[in-house]
Design a binder for this molecule. Structure first.
Ligand code: ADP
Ligand code: MG
Length: 653
């Protein structure tokens, strides 16, 4: 029994003593009772825990020795209490086994029943509470320093809009004027939206927060600083609530975004300026490019002219020489025949050059020429058969493999001879590009819109510059071995057949040249042997041609075929004949275009008006005329082929 040995009140009945002990244990304090002699007579467990004394050590201990581990001298407090005056709430540190404890101690005087004066010690352990208080103090200090260090201005107002707190940034912003309420702040700032609408005081973000709204990211213009400069701020405001959820104030945070806004504006202006610059440069570049491609075209024309001149001169030289020799040897029939043959050969060479150039220049669609439905796949087989010896028995150079992929019924309307020549040119170029051997791939395709043939090689390929110029006449990289006319011709032929030619090429990998023609011919292939010639009906013909040789040649030709021909040399004469009563006599009019007294086209128009039933044909030299003239029924190019002329005169019926 804890206090049985202590004698606080000798003679105290045992039962009372036990009640006192129970009471001491129930108190949440460390308690010790000292009698009139200031000796320890009763303790509780908390006291013994605090002081580290056990019951035996505590019993009868003098008061001055009853706090052996107190870290402060308690003599004065004990003396005051022993003198009859209470000492309350003294903070006393103790060295406890678990560490340092802070105790709030009370020493109270007590009457001991024998006339003596005892002392009551009661100690409350406040270590935890003090710790919390210190932490709280530190946190508040920290918060306050953060509050002040914020680059934003923070302003707290109460429910009436009176300023309660501001941080240093907020104070700085308003300097001397230091607004004491929301209204004063509003008067100083005169806030307005970025579109210039002035805000009423009740529309201020703080006022809205006081009505319970959370305001986020409102951008406003306000007047700031001594010059009343305009600043742009971003405002956030939150209501503050009391424990009953009533608004008791608001906190408003403003951030100055003037610089950022200006920067954004500057960036935008700069971006616009850059874009304008890029547009201008692009325009300049395009103009330059146009100029460059114009230059290239001019260079091509120059090259064409130079090449023609060269070839024509080559043809003319032997003609002139032969003509001279003819004159010298006019008496010698053998020599005359010999020179005549030479002249003819030279003229043929010249004519061939002219024809090649002509094929290139005349890129207009075919006019009235005889067209057949040509099967490109069949033609590929033909061309391969014709050229196979070329690549199979190459004296030098590697082996060329053939890879064909041909569709049925790749029908194109056009002139078989020209299409064949185009294919031959492509195959020849492909072989030239593969001196070390490779694969020659020929492919035809067909769909609802287009028919194509592509010739691919695995050869040298073309540089961008070569690819760009490859279609130019006389452009060659093959020196004396090349004419530079192959692809120019291919291009012309494709165009005349209402199609196009495309090159895909990569240096070192190879080249594909593709010809694409419009589909939509439902004719069947007529490349097969032709039907025997029909007997042609005799016609009454008016022939207009100023060139004597030409006129006589055509007249003779037509008459040989059984026609009746009248010929004149001028537009005037022709009009006169057609205008007569007897004008109806003619069934066919054939006219040259370049006539001494006017254009054949005028005559065509005149004839068509007077004699609607007349079949009209024109014979032209070089005049380019891109569209078929509706007034005439057929067009023939000089030099006129006999067979073509006769067939056109006969017409379809
Ligand atoms: P030529 O064959 O007489 O040189 P072309 O007009 O046929 O004239 O071709 C012009 C140029 O285009 C050739 O000199 C060559 O440089 C290039 N070329 C044409 N076809 C091919 C090809 N399949 N592979 C590589 N280069 C080609
Ligand atoms: Mg070629």
């Amino acid at each position: 029994m804890l206090s049985s040995a202590l004698d606080l009140a000798p003679g105290m009945p045992m039962a009372e003593r036990q009640r006192l002990d129970a009471l001491l244990e129930a108190v949440p304090l460390a308690v010790a009772l000292f009698d009139g002699m200031l000796s320890l007579v009763a303790t509780n467990a908390r006291y013994r825990d605090l002081t580290g004394l056990d019951v035996a050590q505590a019993s009868g201990r003098p008061i001055y020795d009853a706090f052996p581990n107190a870290l402060a001298d308690l003599t004065e407090q004990i003396d005051i209490a022993a003198g009859g005056a209470p000492v309350v709430s003294v903070r006393v540190p103790f060295q406890h086994r678990g560490g340092r404890r802070l105790v709030e101690a009370t020493f109270a005087p007590l009457a001991d029943g024998r006339g003596g004066r005892g002392v009551l010690f009661a100690g409350s352990d406040v270590t935890e509470r003090e710790g919390l208080r210190e932490d709280l103090g530190r946190s508040v200090a920290q918060l306050e320093s953060i509050f002040d260090v914020l680059p934003d201005s923070v302003r707290v107002v109460d429910a009436d809009g009176k300023t309660v707190r501001t941080n240093s940034q907020a104070q700085e912003e308003h300097g001397e004027s230091n607004p004491q309420s929301l209204r004063e702040l509003w008067q100083l700032d005169r806030p307005r939206t970025l579109t210039g609408t002035t805000l009423f005081v009740h529309e201020h973000p703080t006022a809205r927060a006081l009505r319970g709204e959370r305001v986020r990211g409102e951008t406003l213009e306000v007047r700031r600083g001594p010059e009343s400069d305009v600043a742009v701020i971003e405002v956030n405001s939150n209501p503050l609530y009391d424990p009953h959820k009533r608004v008791r104030g608001a906190v408003t945070v403003e951030r100055d975004v003037t610089e950022r806004t200006r920067l954004q504006q500057r960036v935008q202006t700069e971006a616009e300026r850059l874009e304008r610059m890029v547009q201008e440069r692009t325009r300049e570049l395009l103009t330059l490019q146009e100029a460059a491609s114009r230059d290239r075209r001019l260079a091509a024309v120059g090259q064409l002219a130079a090449g023609v001149m060269h070839d024509v001169n080559n043809a003319l030289n032997p003609i002139m020489a032969a003509a001279y020799l003819l004159e010298m040897n006019a008496e010698n029939p053998t020599a005359v025949r010999d020179y005549a043959a030479r002249i003819a050969r030279a003229a043929e060479t010249g004519a061939a050059t002219a024809a090649r150039v002509g094929r290139f220049i005349r890129q207009e669609p075919l006019l009235g020429a005889r067209e057949d439905a040509v099967d490109l796949s069949v033609m590929v087989e033909e061309v391969v058969a014709m050229t196979r010896p070329l690549w199979q028995e190459r004296a030098k150079g590697g082996v060329v493999q053939l890879d064909e992929s041909l569709v049925d019924g790749a029908l194109v309307k056009g002139i078989a001879g020209e299409l064949r020549e185009a294919l031959l040119n492509l195959v020849q170029n492909a072989l030239d590009a593969m001196p070390g051997g490779g694969t020659l791939r020929i492919r035809t395709t067909k769909d609802a819109k287009e028919i194509s043939v592509a010739v691919t090689d695995t050869g040298t390929g073309m540089s961008a510059e070569v690819r760009e110029r490859a279609f130019e006449p006389f452009f060659t990289t093959k020196g004396v071995n090349g004419t530079g006319l192959g692809l120019a011709e291919v291009y012309g032929i494709a165009r005349r057949h209402r199609g196009r030619a495309e090159i895909e090429s990569e240096i070192g990998k190879g080249t594909t040249v593709r010809l694409v023609f419009p589909a939509g011919t439902n004719t069947t292939a007529t490349d097969a042997p032709k039907a025997p010639k029909r007997a042609r009906p005799a016609r009454r013909i008016l022939l207009v041609e100023d060139h004597t040789d030409s006129r006589e040649f055509m007249q003779a030709l037509l008459e040989t075929d059984g026609h009746q021909v009248e010929s004149v040399k001028t537009v005037e004469e022709a009009r006169a004949r057609l205008d007569r009563e007897a004008g109806a006599y003619y069934e066919v009019l054939v006219t040259d275009i370049g006539l001494p007294d006017g254009s054949g086209w005028d005559l065509v128009a005149f004839a068509r008006e007077r004699r609607p039933a007349l079949r009209i044909g024109v014979v032209t030299g070089w005049e380019p005329r891109n569209e078929r003239d509706p007034a005439c029924d057929f067009t023939l190019r000089k030099p006129v082929g006999a067979e073509d002329l006769l067939e056109q005169i006969a017409g379809d019926g």
